[in-house]
Design a protein around this ligand. Structure first.
Ligand code: ZN
Ligand code: ZN
Ligand code: FE
Length: 771
């Protein structure tokens, strides 16, 4: 082995996110650097490489392959074998191979990179002001792919023939657009068009400048973005924002705002270092930030909230539009409340004609609807509220080999999840499964994922709620295809397992699942659940006491109804004589009806939900009597608590924990009596709200200690929509740690019902092994 330079051939297979991220050009350039000959090729399953040359060079090549790969690449596995030399004469990028039965990971869409942006804003560049500029490091991916392997003919870019200049870039290994599939320029690529609300095209020299002017004038624009249409308007113009709310039939739910960058964001928000990083990350999610009271944005952007959803421009189109408008822009999904985001031009012109004054459209088709992701930072770590653009369809890694299973998800914030090998492919946010359009979105996205990742599920996991459309879908499939196995899974068990998988934890945990509504195994409404759980099963060892939800769904829309029902049940009629301010606004006849309903158990399902308890306290304290978006009352109660000047510090309300048939039940009588008394004698609402948050944190801790004493388990998983309450997270995590627990929270998937499908798919993987 001394001094003789041997040479050999290495056959390499690279798996992971290695297509559509500039990986082959990177390999090409690396081979040139080390004077290696051979080829690289995309297949449906991996990137294959054969290189030959001096052994020392091969080793360095392999080292760099693993350690210096392009920024968006994510290598999962490299396999190398050595063979006889074949005496290649050069290095080439070979035609992609498509193989039946294989699959590959697909890159999410990536925010415009710095180099592309410089070109867009360089008036001498041939891509000056070109809104579809991209390169191998940035641009659309998932939203244009129709099939694998990821090559131009398999994307919606196949309709555009590259001009000579673009083709030369595409073919040149020296160029950063070498094999950039969506490569385009003003001469050959997609184009913008401006239309009025009747769909008539506006003749204009500079479409973006014109659109910017319209926004300045207070108009509402439907803008075809990356994954669908957005509705944009001037975020500093109170009237525009109000008109948008009116037309969208969305009175209260917060809008996100697009700002040019960190400097502008600092005018409006308080921003920590991790928040800044997240805002500027290639995923570019909407980040919830502390909103400064002195911000010039219209308060109607996010009524009654202290957090503002901020995002930076995602594509050159957003950059240019923002610059032309010269002001922060509201950017909200282009739909009527509850419907999925519009995707096609014709569809948008039809569905959004009553919403937008003008349409800024283009002719690059969108293959997959893709909403903006929503994230936040709490305790220095990121969490997701909505997982879509920038994240999906990247899989969540599993620590076991999964079978092909479909988790159908829940009802609200639906996603589905397909498992295969060590991957859980969670779909992008689909939406609330409450109408035909969303159901169609669900089915078409599922078809796409099945094709891209080559998964044919044999097992369908679904919720227990008989009215969920996702459940009806599963049952219909089961009836149609008798070989499919259906596995019903309890909602809160799915929440907890989702959190476990999110943290790669397998061993039994104490699961604290707090949310608004989930169908319980006993047919009641659950939502304040303390479980001992693993992938195989769960035991419900504790919960909030059952109380009647007077009027069912009506009590969810009108928290004051839930409050009256709870108070009557817990404190009796005398509560109606107490001078509770919130009762002043309620018609006495309605109070009688509620009384009648809850006494006779008429349309008053029993419920142990923590989300409802937050609602009840919000109503009781006058924070909110009726809601117009899900979670509103609880969110506003959290906001109120931030206003407390520290008087509530550490103070809790009383509550009871009693045991019934081996189950620890949290009794709420003392708690609601104390809050009612405070509310009627004028204790500031902020103080009550803060004390209430203290109490819930303490309650969680107490329950965990009881369960730990019974089971010896010290790992706690926190899941469910209630844990989007950052004040609560802030209080409960240090408390749990101080009691010796390790607390798991969601990182890669949302803790709300957007994470349910992951838990379902994993549980079904394990339950099916039982037979
Ligand atoms: Zn770029
Ligand atoms: Zn071109
Ligand atoms: Fe839930």
């Amino acid at each position: 082995m001394t001094g003789v330079e041997t040479s050999e051939l290495a056959r390499i297979s690279v798996r992971g996110v290695v297509q559509g991220v500039g990986f082959r050009p990177f390999v090409y350039q690396l081979a040139a650097k080390y004077d290696l000959k051979g080829w690289v090729c995309n297949t449906s399953g991996d990137v294959k490489i054969e290189v030959e040359g001096a052994s020392a060079c091969l080793r360095r090549f392999l080292f760099e392959l693993q350690n210096n790969s392009p920024p968006q690449a994510r290598i999962e596995k490299i396999a190398v074998s050595y063979h006889q030399k074949r005496n290649f004469t050069g290095f080439e990028i070979r035609q992609s191979l498509s193989q039946a039965g294989k699959y590959q990971l697909i890159s999410p869409d990536i925010t415009t990179c710095g180099e592309c942006l410089r070109e867009v804003f360089d008036i001498t560049d041939r891509r000056s002001r070109y809104p579809f500029t991209n390169c191998t490091n940035c641009g659309p991916r998932f939203t244009i792919i129709e099939d694998i392997p990821y090559d131009r003919p398999n994307t919606t870019m196949r309709l555009f023939r590259m001009c000579r200049a673009c083709q030369a870039e595409y073919d040149s290994p020296q160029d950063r657009r070498f094999h950039a599939q969506p490569n385009a320029c003003p001469a050959c690529g997609p184009r913008l068009e401006l239309r009025n609300s009747k769909g008539v095209r506006l003749e204009t020299l500079d479409v973006i400048a014109h659109a910017g002017q319209l926004l300045k004038n207070g108009k509402i624009l439907a803008v075809r973005g990356l994954g669908g249409f957005l509705l944009a308007c001037d975020a500093t113009n109170e009237r525009s924002v109000q008109v948008l709310r009116l037309r969208k039939r969305r009175p209260g739910k917060p809008f996100a705002v697009m700002l040019t960058g960190i400097e502008e964001a600092r005018w409006h928000c308080l921003i920590s270092e991790p928040e800044e990083k997240l805002l500027a990350s290639p995923q570019c999610p909407i980040v919830l930030l502390r909103w400064k009271p002195e911000s010039s944005l219209s308060p109607a952007v996010a009524p009654n909230l202290k957090y503002l959803g901020v995002m930076f421009p995602v594509t050159p189109l957003h950059h240019l539009l923002l610059r032309e408008a010269g002001r922060p822009l509201v950017m909200t999904s282009g739909n009527l409340s509850e419907e999925p985001i519009c995707q096609d031009n014709d569809e948008a012109l039809r569905r959004l004609s009553g919403l937008a004054d003008y349409f800024l459209i283009h002719n690059r088709e969108i293959s997959a609807r893709y909403d903006d992701s929503v994230a936040f930072i709490e305790g220095g770590a990121p969490g997701l509220i909505r997982r879509a653009r920038g994240y999906a369809p990247q899989p969540v890694p599993l620590n076991f080999l999964a079978r092909p299973v479909l988790g159908c998800g829940a009802q609200e914030k639906n996603t589905f999840c397909l498992t295969k090998e060590n991957h859980a492919f969670i779909s992008q946010h689909i939406g609330d499964m409450e109408n035909l359009e969303t159901m169609e979105h669900f089915e078409s996205t599922l078809t796409l994922y099945k094709r891209l990742f080559n998964i044919n599920p044999e097992i369908l996991a679904h919720d227990l709620h008989p009215e969920y459309l996702s459940v009806k879908y599963a049952r219909k499939q089961g009836a149609k295809f008798p070989h499919l196995k259906l596995v019903p899974i309890q909602h809160h068990h799915a929440h907890i397992v989702s959190c476990m998988v999110d943290n790669m934890v397998e061993s039994q945990v104490i699961g604290v699942a707090l949310d608004g509504t989930g169908w319980g195994s006993d047919g009641h409404i659950w939502g304040g659940e303390f479980l001992v759980a693993d992938y195989r099963g769960f035991q419900r060892l504790g919960h909030l006491e059952y109380l009647p939800l007077a009027g069912g769904a009506a009590a969810i829309k009108k928290p004051y109804r839930a409050a009256i029902g709870y108070l009557l049940k817990l404190l009796g009629d005398r509560v109606l004589n107490a001078k509770l301010p919130f009762l002043q606004g309620v018609n006495p006849k309605e109070i009688e009806i509620i009384k009648h309903q809850s006494e006779r158990n008429l349309n008053s399902p029993l419920c142990s939900s923590m989300g409802r308890l937050f609602d009840v306290v919000a109503a009781l304290t006058g924070v909110r009597a009726e809601i117009d978006y899900e979670g509103q009352a609880a969110i506003e109660l959290e906001m109120k608590a931030y206003d407390d000047d520290g008087r509530a510090a550490g103070i809790c309300y009383p509550y009871a924990i009693f045991e019934r048939e081996g189950v620890n039940i949290v009794g709420l009588r003392e708690l609601l009596a104390a809050i009612a008394s405070d509310a009627s004698c004028g204790v500031p609402t902020a103080e009550i709200a803060a004390r209430f948050h203290n109490t819930i944190a303490q309650m969680i801790c107490d329950m965990c200690r009881l369960l730990a004493a019974r089971t010896g388990i010290v790992q706690v998983a926190l899941s469910g929509g209630v844990f989007q309450n950052r004040l609560l997270l802030n209080k409960v995590i240090p408390m749990l740690k101080a009691c010796g627990f390790s607390a798991l929270t969601h990182r890669q998937v949302p803790g709300n019902d957007g994470g349910i499908s992951l838990g379902q798919a994993v549980i079904a993987n394990f339950s099916s092994f039982k037979k």
